[in-house]
Design a protein around this ligand. Structure first.
Ligand SMILES: C[S@@+](CC[C@H](N)C(=O)[O-])C[C@H]1O[C@@H](n2cnc3c(N)ncnc32)[C@H](O)[C@@H]1O
Length: 394
């Protein structure tokens, strides 16, 4: 990965030569070049700022030195770089965003100072390369350099071959939406404080279960906003027929689990019906994310684990039900029937009938829907059965 950084304080970026980013450069995984913005000014004071049009406090960075600097830096690498402009008004740096940065071959970082960079630089840059404004958090720094240090460090440690132990990346805070469990090293007793005994038990299963529980508790205590909406609901918040599980409307954070389970369940449907043309088999992260606007999708979770889902959509007076699924290891416990009951209950008041369909080879589904009072009609194609049911009392 190549990183070009433009700043009026090039020495601020010196720490990138240290520690792991420094090693990554020596290993040839990361190529960092720092450029002094003042080299692109043309007066003897090396001016890069001026007063703001419209008045107001502070100074604004002039477009001319920025544009010349960007044009120069763009000649230094191959292909099209992505321009990253640190700014408190940008998308917030997260582990997911760091991963996106790590996937780029070439990044140019534009470190603003004063009241920021003349807006026309962003516009002109966007004509020739992708531009992203990224914030370190909801507070204001004096300049973009600290943010660039954080972004490069967060992205560089995700480069393949950068960290010695790839496992330590997988288990880290934010990698799967939870914070990391507490960690301990020798001695087992320090100042009278013991390491949790389970960690000394040698039982890997128990250690893993303990760590997972710690991650959930720590996330709930420190960052409840990170927990899925569904696990944040109070028991019985929507319904308590699920035992300890909770059901809630799906959010974009649920899409990874939804996609995995959709593919697993509809692979089985494909085998039963001898087809790979079922739309569910062809879903992507993008199509499922978009579907959340069109469908009311509900997700069932137990202790944070995704265990099932169902969705509904009103067309005229018909509540279309679909994507009823339960994770394979929990089949046969009545969860599918409960989800089907639930999605009928939450149908909008305008719905006077329900409709869903399945393949003629999906015997389990056929039984489930009949038992729930639906009437099926095999379609002329011979492969699909459409089930309908009048809503009670309508
Ligand atoms: C004093 S700030 C300018 C703040 C700007 N007037 C505003 O209110 O959005 C100067 C520079 O610091 C950087 N900066 C400040 N806060 C930041 C943050 N939270 N994340 C990333 N960069 C930040 C940006 O490069 C910005 O151009």
């Amino acid at each position: 990965m190549r990183c070009d950084i433009i700043s009026i304080f090039p020495e601020y970026l010196e720490p990138l030569k240290l520690s792991l980013p420094g090693q990554a450069q020596r290993k040839g995984l990361l190529d960092v070049a720092v450029h002094d913005l003042r080299d692109f000014s043309h007066d003897r004071h090396r001016t890069v700022d001026d007063t703001p049009y419209g008045g107001g406090a502070g100074m604004v960075m002039k477009p001319q030195p920025w544009w010349e600097a960007l044009e120069h830096v763009r000649t230094l690498g191959d292909g099209t770089p992505t321009l990253i402009v640190p700014g408190p008004g940008g998308e917030v740096l997260t582990q997911r965003l760091a991963r996106e940065l790590a996937d780029e071959d070439w990044l140019i970082f534009a470190c603003g100072r004063y009241e920021g960079i003349d807006e026309r630089v962003y516009e002109a840059a966007a004509d020739v390369m992708p531009v992203r404004v990224i914030s370190l958090g909801d507070y204001v720094l004096n300049g973009g350099e600290v943010a660039v240090l954080a972004m490069i460090e967060a992205a560089a440690r995700l480069l393949p071959g950068f960290m010695g132990n790839a496992e330590s990346l997988v288990e880290e805070s934010h990698e799967d939406g939870l914070l990391e469990y507490p960690v301990y090293t020798k001695p087992a007793t320090w100042q009278g404080r013991e390491v949790p005994p389970v960690l000394l038990s040698g039982d890997h299963g128990k250690v893993a279960a303990w760590r997972h529980q710690q991650r959930l508790e720590r996330t709930a205590a420190r960052r409840p906003d990170l927990l899925h909406a569904s696990s944040a609901l109070t028991p019985g918040g929507v319904d308590d027929r699920w035992g300890g599980a909770r059901i809630a409307k799906a959010t974009p954070a649920d899409v990874g689990d939804l996609l995995t389970c959709t593919h697993a369940c509809w692979l089985r449907e494909g085998i039963l019906n001898d087809t790979l043309t079922i739309p569910a088999q062809h879903e992507t992260v993008e199509s499922l994310t978009a579907s959340l606007h069109e469908w009311d999708t509900y997700v069932l979770r137990h202790d944070g684990r995704f265990i099932g889902s169902v969705r509904g959509k009103l067309v005229d007076d018909t509540w279309h039900i679909g994507r009823l699924m339960v994770v394979p290891d929990l089949h046969g416990r009545g969860l599918g029937g409960a989800l089907l009951e639930f999605i009928q209950e939450v149908a909008p008041s305008d719905a006077t009938r329900f409709e869903l369909f399945t393949g003629t080879g999906s015997e389990h589904n056929l039984k489930l829907y009949k038992k729930a009072g639906f009437r099926g009609v095999v379609q002329p194609n011979g492969t699909t059965v459409v089930f309908t049911k009048r809503r009670r009392g309508r």
